[in-house]
Design a protein around this ligand. Structure first.
Ligand code: NAD
Length: 265
């Protein structure tokens, strides 16, 4: 567990001072990653109490400076550990109002004949089973509360194909289908489930993918974006914060695309 002042310097919206998420508890998987941390900062700045989950092998405390967060360790692929992080979150806070179901990996970059089967199994374990198990244990909590907002992290890889990315593409299409199904199951309880679909985000994950696909840097990816630049993690965080808040109270089963127009044409 770490404690400290929230850094709100990069959130300059009108909500910065309004604290629309005051009194809410936000559970975030993949907390220690670029998108997880940016979202934690923003939700905290808007008043939420943050509980961050990351893999036991990751030193999340080392990257959580400036974020007021309760840290939990769990492998999202392991059912007993998922049950454990949800139970621990409930012990700590007594409620879960926002669930950012975000942990994910990029897997291999290879054509289908060359794609290692072990990588296929691993990416489905993290990106699909991990998201499913999170829903399996958080939904009952929110259904009992008769309130809550869940945001599953998909990708534009959940909307279109891309060569040499079959494992990731399939896994993120699965997240979209799972989100829509969960939205229908949760709606009678007043619980909303949406997915966020980032495009090319200036982050460790994109840089690694670009290098493994043989490009020197991310500039060709930025050029392919109608807005002619990569997304910042804060731009993804703002979309998640919107879906987490009552501003999106009539939205469920929605796939929110944050891609600078990549998938429009
Ligand atoms: N970065 C991008 O360009 C981009 C674009 C679209 C979608 N996404 C998605 O956004 C999400 C976050 O990505 P990011 O860019 O922050 O990547 P990241 O690698 O910085 O963060 C991912 C986090 O998930 C954690 N994680 C991985 N496997 C885990 C497991 N088995 N159990 C628990 N935690 C685990 C990692 O430790 C890491 O902290 C992912 O689902 C990713 O697929 C990223």
């Amino acid at each position: 567990m770490t404690s400290g002042r929230s850094d709100i310097s990069d959130d300059r919206t009108m909500f910065e001072t309004a604290k629309p998420l005051a009194g809410r508890v936000a559970l975030i998987t993949g907390f220690a990653g670029h998108i997880g941390r940016a979202t934690a900062r923003l939700l905290a700045a808007r008043g939420a109490r943050i509980i961050g989950v990351d893999h036991p092998a990751v030193d999340a405390a080392a990257v959580s400076e400036g974020i007021d967060v309760t840290l939990l360790s769990a492998d999202v692929c392991e059912e007993d550990q998922v049950r454990g992080y949800v139970e621990a979150a409930m012990q700590v806070s007594g409620q879960i109002d926002i669930f950012f179901n975000n942990a994910g990996i990029e897997g291999a970059q290879a054509s289908i004949p060359d794609y290692p089967t072990a990588d296929f199994k691993r990416i489905f374990a993290v990106n699909v089973l991990g998201v499913f198990l999170g829903l399996k244990y958080v939904l009952p909590v929110m259904q009992r509360q008769r309130s809550g907002s869940i945001i599953n992290t998909a990708s534009i890889a959940g909307l279109v194909g891309a060569a040499n990315m079959s494992g990731y593409i399939m896994s993120k299409h699965a997240v979209l289908g799972l989100s829509r199904t969960a939205a229908l199951e949760a709606a009678p309880f007043g619980v909303r489930v949406n997915s966020v679909h980032p495009g090319f985000v200036d982050s460790r994950m994109l840089t690694d993918i670009v290098h493994r696909l043989g490009a020197a840097d991310t500039s060709s990816f930025a050029d392919a974006v109608p807005l002619k630049r990569l997304a910042t993690v804060d731009e993804v965080a703002r979309a998640v914060a919107f879906l987490a808040s009552d501003d999106s109270s009539y939205m469920t089963g929605h796939a929110m695309v944050v891609d600078g127009g990549v998938t429009v044409g």
